[in-house]
Design a protein around this ligand. Sequence first.
Ligand code: SF4
Length: 151
Amino acid sequence: MTAIRALPATTSYAVGFGVSSVRTPPTNLRSRRVVNAQAEPSDKSVEIMRKFSEQYARRSDTYFCVDKSVTSVVIKGLADHKDSLGAPLCPCRHYDDKAAEATQGFWNCPCVPMRERKECHCMLFLTPDNDFAGNEQAISMEEIKELTANM
Ligand code: SF4
C-alpha cells in the first residue's frame, strides 16, 4: 500500500513515494506532468544537465530512479530552465516568479535540501535506501530522448 503525504503548498504536486513496500515505478509522477516536458530544451543544455546529474549522483552517493523516464523528464526540465532562465531551477515546483527564484538560488539544482539533507523531491537523486532507487548513476542522451519521446 502506498502512503500519500502532502508536500508544502508551494509544490506543484502532492505525492510522496518514500513509503511503500512495493517497488513499483512511480508512473503517477510522469502522468501528472509535474515537469513541463512539452518544452523542448536545447540538446546542449540537456547534455550539460545529463553530465551534471551523473557527476552529482556519484559525488552524493545517490542513484537514479529505477524508472529512468523519471530521471529523463527531470533532466529535461532542468535543461529547459537553464535555457530560459540561465539557471537549472528545480522543475518540480510552482513558482510565482521563476526569474526571481533562479536569482535567489535556493531551488537551483542541486537545491539546498539536497545539499544539506539529500532530499530530492523530484526523485532525480535517490539514496540507496529509497524504495525507488535503481542501481545506476549513468544515463545516456539516447535514453533521455527515447524515454521522453512520447511526452
Ligand atoms: S536536487 Fe533539488 S533542485 Fe535538483 S532535481 Fe532534486 S529537488 Fe529539484
